[in-house]
Design a protein around this ligand. Structure first.
Ligand code: GSH
Length: 207
C-alpha cells in the first residue's frame, strides 16, 4: 500500500498511529506529498484523490481511500477492529468528529493568522470554537479514561497535539490540568511517541 504522507499533518498522524497500533506500519510505503490549501495539488495526488488532500491511501489493487476517517476504519477492520469495537462505535465516532473538527479549526486559524490582514471576526470565531472544544473534551475525561484506547482517543490526541505543534505557547494545560495529565499519559504510548509532528523544513506546504 502507498500512503500520501507528511510528518506535519495531523490527519496523516491519525493514520500513522492506527498503523502502529495494529502492527501494519511495515505494510505501507509512505510517500512525502506536499499540500498547500492556497495552491494547486500535485498531479500525482490529484490522480489518487480528486480532493487533493492527505492522507490518501492507495491499496495494492489500485483502490484509493480517503479521508482519514475511512482509512483509519479500513485499517482497523483489516486488523480485527480493536480500535472501534461495535459496542463503543458511536462513542468513538463522536470523539473522532470532535477531534477532527477541532483540528480543522486549528488549521483554519493558523491559515488566517498567516494572512497579511487577518479577519478579526474569523479569528475570534475560530478561537471561541477551539476554547469550547477543549472544555468539551475536558468534560469527558472520566469516559475517555473508562473506554479502552481507540479511534476516538487517536483523533483527540492528534487535535491536541496540533495545538502544541503549531501554537506552542498556548497555556491549555494550566486551564485543564486533568486533561493535561490524561494527555501526558497517552503521550507515552509507543504509537504516539513514534508519530509526534515534525517540521521537515521549507517544502512550500501549509499542512
Ligand atoms: N477530512 C480530511 C481527513 O480527515 O483526511 C482532512 C484532510 C486535510 O485537510 N488534510 C490537509 C490537506 O491535505 C493536510 S493536514 N490540505 C490541503 C488542502 O486542503 O488542499
Amino acid at each position: 500500500m502507498k500512503l500520501h504522507w507528511s510528518p506535519r499533518s495531523p490527519f496523516v498522524r491519525k493514520v500513522m498511529i492506527v498503523l502502529h497500533e495494529t502492527g501494519q506500519i511495515g505494510h505501507v510505503d509512505c510517500v512525502r506529498t506536499v499540500v498547500a490549501a492556497g495552491s494547486p495539488p500535485s498531479p500525482d495526488l490529484l490522480i489518487d484523490n480528486p480532493l487533493g488532500k492527505i492522507p490518501t491511501l492507495v491499496l495494492d489493487d489500485g483502490t484509493c481511500l480517503f479521508d482519514s476517517r475511512v482509512i483509519c476504519e479500513f485499517l482497523d477492520a483489516r486488523a480485527g477492529g480493536r480500535l472501534m469495537p461495535g459496542h463503543e462505535r458511536f462513542k468513538h465516532l463522536r470523539w473522532q468528529a470532535l477531534g477532527d473538527g477541532l483540528t480543522e479549526t486549528l488549521l483554519l486559524l493558523r491559515g488566517e493568522l498567516q494572512r497579511d490582514a487577518a479577519h478579526i471576526g474569523l479569528v475570534e470565531s475560530y478561537r471561541s470554537k477551539i476554547g469550547a472544544s477543549f472544555a468539551a473534551i475536558n468534560a469527558e475525561m472520566a469516559e475517555l479514561d473508562r473506554v479502552p484506547f481507540g479511534l476516538g482517543h487517536i483523533a483527540l490526541v492528534c487535535a491536541i497535539g496540533q495545538l502544541d505543534f503549531r501554537f506552542g505557547g498556548s497555556r491549555w494545560r494550566e486551564a485543564f490540568p486533568r486533561m493535561a495529565s490524561w494527555f501526558a499519559g497517552l503521550a507515552e504510548r509507543a504509537s504516539i511517541v513514534a508519530t509526534v509532528a515534525k517540521d521537515d523544513g521549507p517544502q512550500g506546504g501549509t499542512d
